[in-house]
Design a protein around this ligand. Structure first.
Ligand SMILES: [Zn+2]
Ligand SMILES: [Zn+2]
Length: 424
C-alpha cells in the first residue's frame, strides 16, 4: 500500500481527493479504489462523493506525506463543515459530474470547483463547463466519469469541444462573484456579512426571484436543475441584485411589488423573514427604511398569517423527514385552510425557530452535539422528536457556538440529558 501511494504523482491544482486517488489507481492495480477504501474504512460511494472521515484522512496523511489540512481542503467534507449539511445539500451536484474540457485535456481529473450547482464556467479558460455527453447528450454519471467515456456511446469526455463565454457578459462577472463566495469563502457585497451569510443571501434571493421576469435578460427565471443555461441565468440574476447596492435591489423590488400575487407574496414573506435574521446589516436597515417593503394591510384574503410546507421547512432549515416526524409527534401542527390546503402558522414556526437557534452563551458543562446525542442515546429512547419536545418544554436547553451552523451542531448539556433519560 505504502509503495503504491509513494509513486511520484503530484496533485493537480484544485483537484479533489477522490480524483487524486482514482488517478493513482489507474496506473496501478485496477482493484485499487476498493482496496484502498477498505483500508481507509470508507465506502466506495463515499470516495466517489469525495466525502472522507477524519480517520480516513489521518491514514491517508501518513501514507502520502501530505498534511492533514491540505488533504482536507481537497474533500467535500471541507465544504460540509464550512456550510453545514443542509446548505451543502442545496448546493452540491449529486451523482453527476460537470467538467471543463480544456482542463482535462492535459490530464483527466476532477476539480472541487466543478461540484457546485451555481458554478457553470471555468475561470481559468473562460469556457462553459460541460454536464452532458457531447455526442448523445446523456448526463455524465460519477461512475462513467471515472472511466473517462460515456457509458451509452463510448464518447471520450476529453474530446468535447469547449464553448467560450463572452468575456464582457454579466454572466461571467456573476460567475466570478459566485467563485468568491462559494470557493474562496469571501464576502464581496456587505462587509458586515460573512461569506456564509452571503451564500444564504444568494440562495434566499434565488427562491425569491424564481418565476419573475429576468432582470438581466429575456424571459422568466426558472429553477430547472437539469438545464445549466437556465440555472446559470438565474444565479446571474441573484448576483445582479447586489451590484450597485441599493440601486439594482430597489429596481428589482419595485418590479416585484407590481407583480404581486399569492405566490410572490409568500416568497417575499420568506425573504423578509430571512432579512430579519441578519439584522444589524446594511441590507436589513435599507430594507426596513425604504418603501419597498410589502404593504400587507390589504392582503387579508391571502391568508398572510400562515405559510406553506415548503416555506416552513425552509424557515426552520430542516430536512423533510425531520419536519414530518415533528408533525407526527404533534410538535408542529398544521392548519387547514379553505380548499383543505395544509398550511402552518407563521408565529408558531418562528417561535420554534427561535427556540432551536440556541443560546450563544456557552457555560462550563459536559457538552454533546445534538446529532451525537441522538445517535449515542437512541437505545435509551432518545430521538429527534424527543429532543425537540424537551427543548420546547424547556426541560433541555440548547446552546450554540461559532461552529454550530445548523441543528446538528447545537450543544446540549450531557449530564442534564442523562438525568432526563433516567427519569423517563
Ligand atoms: Zn478549464
Ligand atoms: Zn454519450
Amino acid at each position: 500500500m505504502n509503495k503504491l501511494l509513494n509513486r511520484n504523482l503530484s496533485k493537480i491544482e484544485n483537484e479533489t481527493l477522490a480524483s487524486f486517488i482514482f488517478r493513482i489507481s489507474k496506473g496501478n492495480d485496477c482493484s485499487f479504489p476498493s482496496t484502498i477504501c477498505s483500508f481507509l474504512d470508507l465506502s466506495t460511494y463515499d470516495l466517489q462523493k469525495n466525502e472522507f472521515t477524519s480517520n480516513s484522512l489521518s491514514v491517508l496523511s501518513e501514507l502520502t506525506d501530505q498534511s492533514l489540512s491540505n488533504l482536507r481542503m481537497m474533500t467535500n467534507s471541507f465544504f460540509i463543515d464550512a456550510f453545514g449539511e443542509v446548505l451543502f445539500e442545496e448546493l452540491i451536484i449529486k451523482n453527476n459530474v460537470q467538467y471543463c474540457p480544456l482542463c482535462v485535456s492535459v490530464e483527466f481529473h476532477h476539480q472541487r470547483n466543478w461540484a457546485f450547482i451555481p458554478i457553470s464556467v471555468c475561470l481559468k479558460h473562460n469556457v462553459f463547463l460541460i454536464d452532458r455527453c457531447c455526442n448523445c447528450h446523456a448526463k455524465i454519471s460519477l461512475n462513467s466519469y471515472w472511466y473517462e467515456s460515456c457509458k451509452k456511446c463510448d464518447f471520450k469526455y476529453k474530446d468535447a469541444v469547449a464553448v467560450p463565454i463572452d468575456s464582457k457578459s454579466f454572466e461571467l462577472i456573476s460567475q466570478k462573484k459566485l467563485y468568491e463566495i462559494i470557493i474562496e469563502m469571501k464576502a464581496p457585497f456587505f462587509k458586515e456579512l460573512s461569506s456564509l451569510e452571503h451564500l444564504k443571501l444568494i440562495l434566499n434571493s434565488r427562491k425569491l426571484i424564481t418565476g419573475l421576469t429576468s432582470f438581466t435578460g429575456e424571459g422568466r427565471l426558472e429553477n430547472y436543475f437539469w438545464d445549466k443555461t437556465t440555472l446559470s441565468h438565474l444565479y446571474a440574476n441573484c448576483i445582479w441584485l447586489y451590484f450597485n447596492f441599493p440601486r439594482n435591489f430597489n429596481m428589482a423590488f419595485n418590479r416585484v411589488n407590481t407583480q404581486l400575487n399569492y405566490l410572490v407574496i409568500n416568497k417575499l414573506k420568506r425573504f423578509e423573514y430571512y432579512l430579519e435574521s441578519i439584522s444589524e446589516s446594511q441590507i436589513q436597515t435599507h430594507y426596513a427604511n425604504t418603501t419597498i417593503k410589502l404593504q400587507r394591510n390589504s392582503d387579508d384574503f391571502m391568508n398572510i398569517d400562515t405559510i406553506s410546507y415548503e416555506d416552513a421547512i425552509h424557515l426552520l432549515n430542516f430536512r423533510h423527514y425531520q419536519f414530518k416526524s415533528l408533525e407526527r409527534a404533534k410538535i408542529i401542527n398544521p392548519k387547514f385552510t379553505k380548499g383543505n390546503v395544509k398550511r402552518y402558522t407563521l408565529i408558531e414556526i418562528k417561535r420554534l425557530h427561535k427556540i432551536l437557534e440556541g443560546e450563544l452563551d456557552v457555560g462550563d458543562f459536559n457538552k454533546v452535539t445534538f446529532k451525537k446525542a441522538i445517535s449515542k442515546y437512541r437505545q435509551l429512547g432518545f430521538s429527534f422528536e424527543k429532543a425537540v419536545l424537551w427543548i420546547t418544554q424547556k426541560k433541555l436547553k440548547p446552546y450554540r457556538d461559532a461552529e454550530s451552523l445548523d441543528l446538528d451542531g447545537l450543544l446540549l448539556d450531557e449530564d442534564k440529558l442523562i438525568e432526563l433519560l433516567d427519569a423517563q
